[in-house]
Write a protein that binds this ligand. Structure first.
Ligand SMILES: Nc1ncnc2c1ncn2[C@@H]1O[C@H](COP(=O)(O)OP(=O)(O)O)[C@@H](O)[C@H]1O
Ligand SMILES: [Mg+2]
Length: 644
C-alpha cells in the first residue's frame, strides 16, 4: 500500500479531492486533479509487494537470547569486519611511508656525493602512489564501515523493538516512555557513530602510533627514545586530565539536554492547562533555568577543549624543538649516527606521532558513550517480561467462555495488595457487570482476565485452563477488550476499526460502523472511512473515540468481551444506541462489563459490587435490591438523582 510506512497518513491515493478541499490541520489533502494522471501512471508501475516474512514469537529464540556486546554485534557480519581490518591496516601503513621516502630521496639523491635526480623522482612517484593507496583505502573503509554500521543498527533496532513487543504492561507503566525513546534514539545513534567511524578511527590511530614508533626506533634508537620519552609523559598526563574533565562535562551536557527536552515536551503537552492557569511566566522562568544550565555545561566542555587542543599542539612542537636541538647536535658531532635524511624523517614523523593521541583523546567520548549505550541496551534486552509464556504452553482451544477467579489476590506492587481473595465464576454466555467506587479494583480484575498481569496468589481460569498454561496468542485472539481510555492509532478510521484484522472486507467494516452507530459521523467526515484520525484521535470527541474502540471490538468477534467503562463518555442518545448494539454483540458471548452507569449494569445477568479489592455483593439486580446492601443504596441514590 501507498503511504503505509511513515507518520504521514491520508486517504488512499487516487481518491483525490478537488483543489482547495484541503482541510485545515489535515496532513494530506488529496492529489490535485492535474497531478492525478501522473500518480495513476506511477502506481501502475509500482511492483506488488509480497507478504511480509516478519514473524513474532512470544518466547525469544536462542539466537535472540545471545548477550548483546559490541563484539557480538560486529561478528554478525564477519566479511565486512575482515575487510575493514584489512583496510585499516593498509591506511595505517600507506599513510606513513611518505617521510621514509623523503628521507631516502635526501640521502640518496640530494646529499653529496649522491646527486641523482632519478632517485628523487622515483621517491616522489612512490610517495604519490602511497597517498593514492591510502586515499583509496580510506574511501573503502568509510564505505564498508558505513554499511556495517547501518546494518548492525538496523538489526539492533528490530531486536529491541521485538523485545519491547514481548514485555508486559507493568514494564511500560514503570519505565517512562521518554527513557525508552532515548534508548531507541540517542543510545542507538551513539552506537551508530561508534561503529561507523569511531572504532575504525581508533584502530587506525592506534596502529599509526605503532607503525611510527617502529619507524622511529628503526631509524635511530637514541633520538627516538629521547623524543618519545621526553614528550610522551606530559602529553599522557594532559590527556588523562582532559579525558576526566570532558567526561564530567559530557555528563552535564547530556543531563542538561535531557532536562531541556523534558521541560519542553511537558510544556507542549500541557499547553491547555498552562494557558488556562496563566502559568506562562513561571514556565518561561523554569525553561530559562534549564536552558541556562545546558548553556553552562556546553561552555564548560568548550573551555576544556580550548585548553587541551593548543596545549597538546604545543607539546608536539616541543618534540620538534628537541629533535632540532639534540638531533642537530648528534648530526654535527657524530654524523655516522644520524644523517640529514633521517633527521628530516624524524621531524615529519614526530608530528604525526602525537596527532593520534590527541585524536584518540578527543574521540574517547564517542567510545565511552557507545559503550554506555551498549550496557543500557543490554540491560533493556535482558529485562524478562513479568507475564511470561510457559515453555510448554498449550494452544487454548476454541473457548466456550467460562471465566473463573479462583481465590485471586493481586497487587501491582507485591507489597500493596489491590485485590484480596477474589472468588467468582462467570458462566459461558453470561454478562456480568462490575460496579463500585473508583479505585475499587474493577479494571484490575479485567486486566487479570486478559492476562496483562498474573495474580500474586490464586488462579484465573478460562474453561478450566489456568491462563498461565496457555499461549498468549491463543488467549488474546479470543478476547476482546475495550479499555477505559481508548487508544486510536495514527491512520484512518478504517485502520482503527479493523485493527485486529487488517484488510478486512468493506462490508464487515461497515457492519461494525453500523452496529456502534458511527454511520452519521463517518458520512459527515470528508473522506468517510478513510478520514485520518490524528495522533491519538485528537480530532475526535472522546465519545467518538469510544465508539471506534467499540467498533474495533465488534470486528474482532471475540468469544469473551471485556468492556471497561466503554460507554462512560457517551451522551445518553449514543449510549442507548450502543446498548442496543451491545445486546446483539453480547448474545452468546461471555462478557465482563465494568459499568459506569447503573442503567448499563442493570442489563447484565448478574452484578458484582467491588469495594476495596473485595467482592462485596454478587447477584441479579432484583436480588441485590432486595438484599438492601451497597447496591440497593447505590440504586436508591441513582433513582432519586435521575428522577429529581
Ligand atoms: N498500573 C498500576 N500500578 C500501580 N497501581 C495501580 C495501577 N493501576 C491501578 N492501580 C491501583 O490499583 C487500585 C485499583 O485500581 P483500578 O482497578 O484501576 O480501579 P477501578 O475500580 O477504578 O477500575 C487503585 O488503588 C489504583 O491506584
Ligand atoms: Mg477502572
Amino acid at each position: 500500500m501507498f503511504g503505509g510506512g511513515g507518520g504521514m497518513v491520508g486517504p488512499p491515493i487516487g481518491g483525490g479531492g478537488p483543489p482547495g478541499s484541503q482541510q485545515a490541520g489535515l496532513p494530506f489533502g488529496g492529489i490535485p486533479y492535474e497531478l492525478q494522471a501522473g500518480v495513476d501512471l506511477l502506481l501502475a508501475e509500482e511492483p506488488e509487494r509480497s507478504d511480509s516474512d516478519a514473524v513474532f514469537t512470544q518466547l525469544p529464540t536462542a539466537n535472540e537470547k545471545k548477550r548483546l556486546s559490541l563484539t557480538s554485534l560486529l561478528m554478525e557480519y564477519p566479511g565486512m569486519l575482515a575487510l575493514t581490518t584489512f583496510l585499516v591496516a593498509t591506511i595505517a601503513v600507506a599513510t606513513q611511508v611518505g617521510p621514509s621516502l623523503v628521507s631516502y630521496a635526501i640521502n640518496h639523491g640530494l646529499t653529496p656525493p649522491h646527486y641523482d635526480y632519478a632517485v628523487v623522482v622515483a621517491c616522489a612517484a612512490l610517495y604519490f602512489v602511497s597517498v593514492a593507496v591510502s586515499a583509496g583505502a580510506q574511501w573503502g573503509q568509510a564505505r564498508v564501515t558505513g554499511r556495517l554500521a547501518s546494518w548492525v543498527m538496523n538489526d539492533l533496532r528490530i531486536k529491541v523493538f521485538r523485545h519491547l513487543q514481548r514485555l508486559s504492561l507493568d514494564f511500560f507503566t514503570e519505565e517512562k516512555a521518554g527513557v525508552l525513546m532515548s534508548r531507541m534514539t540517542s543510545d542507538i545513534e551513539n552506537l551508530q557513530q561508534l561503529l561507523q567511524d569511531g572504532l575504525a578511527q581508533f584502530a587506525v590511530q592506534g596502529l599509526t602510533m605503532v607503525v611510527i614508533t617502529a619507524f622511529l626506533f628503526a631509524t635511530n634508537v637514541e633520538l627516538a627514545a629521547i623524543t618519545v620519552f621526553g614528550v610522551l609523559p606530559p602529553l599522557v598526563a594532559m590527556s588523562i586530565w582532559f579525558r576526566r574533565a570532558s567526561e564530567r562535562g559530557y555528563d552535564r551536557v547530556r543531563d542538561g539536554i535531557a532536562l531541556v527536552l523534558a521541560d519542553l515536551s511537558e510544556s507542549l503537552q500541557g499547553v491547555r492547562i498552562v494557558t488556562a492557569h496563566n502559568r506562562q511566566r513561571y514556565n518561561i522562568e523554569t525553561h530559562r533555568d534549564v536552558v541556562g544550565d545546558y548553556r553552562d555545561a556546553n561552555n564548560y566542555t568548550g573551555r576544556i577543549a580550548s585548553i587541551y587542543g593548543p596545549a597538546s599542539q604545543m607539546l608536539s612542537v616541543f618534540g620538534q624543538v628537541l629533535i632540532l636541538g639534540i638531533g642537530g647536535l648528534m648530526f654535527l658531532h657524530n654524523p655516522q649516527e644520524i644523517n640529514l635524511g633521517q633527521l628530516t624523517a624524524f621531524f615529519l614523523y614526530v608530528n604525526r606521532f602525537f596527532a593520534p593521541i590527541q585524536l584518540l583523546t578527543q574521540q574517547y567520548n564517542t567510545f565511552q558513550q557507545g559503550r554506555a549505550s551498549v550496557l543500557k541496551l543490554r540491560s533493556l534486552l535482558e529485562t524478562e517480561p513479568s507475564v511470561r509464556e510457559a515453555a510448554d504452553a498449550v494452544e487454548l482451544p476454541e473457548i466456550h467462555g467460562e471465566i473463573r477467579f479462583d481465590h485471586v489476590s493481586f497487587g501491582y506492587d507485591a507489597t500493596v495488595p489491590v485485590l484480596h481473595d477474589v472468588d467468582l465464576t462467570i458462566s459461558p454466555g453470561e454478562t456480568v457487570a462490575f460496579v463500585g467506587a473508583t479505585g475499587a479494583g474493577k479494571s484490575t480484575m479485567a486486566k487479570l482476565v486478559t492476562r496483562f498481569y498474573d495474580p500474586t496468589a490464586g488462579r484465573v481460569l478460562i474453561d478450566g485452563y489456568d491462563l498461565r498454561t496457555v499461549t498468549l496468542g491463543s488467549l488474546r485472539s479470543q478476547l476482546g477488550v475495550v479499555p477505559q481510555e481508548p487508544f486510536l492509532f495514527a491512520g484512518t478510521i478504517r485502520d482503527n476499526i479493523s485493527f485486529a484484522r487488517p484488510g478486512a472486507p468493506d462490508d464487515e467494516v461497515w457492519n461494525a460502523v453500523h452496529q456502534v452507530g458511527l454511520e452519521e459521523l463517518v458520512h459527515r467526515l470528508p473522506y468517510g472511512l478513510d478520514t485520518p484520525v490524528h495522533e491519538r484521535g485528537q480530532s475526535l470527541s472522546s465519545g467518538e473515540r469510544q465508539l471506534i474502540a467499540l467498533g474495533r471490538a465488534f470486528m474482532a468477534e471475540p468469544r469473551v468481551l471485556v468492556l471497561d467503562e466503554a460507554t462512560s463518555n457517551l451522551d445518553l442518545k449514543s449510549e442507548t444506541l450502543v446498548e442496543g448494539a451491545l445486546d446483539r454483540l453480547l448474545e452468546g458471548r461471555t462478557a465482563v462489563l465494568i459499568a459506569h452507569r447503573l442503567s448499563t449494569a442493570m442489563r447484565a445477568d448478574r452484578i458484582v459490587v467491588v469495594g476495596d479489592g473485595r467482592l462485596l455483593e454478587v447477584g441479579s439486580h432484583d436480588e441485590l435490591v432486595a438484599l438492601g446492601g451497597h447496591y440497593a443504596e447505590m440504586f436508591q441514590t441513582w433513582m432519586t438523582q435521575s428522577h429529581a
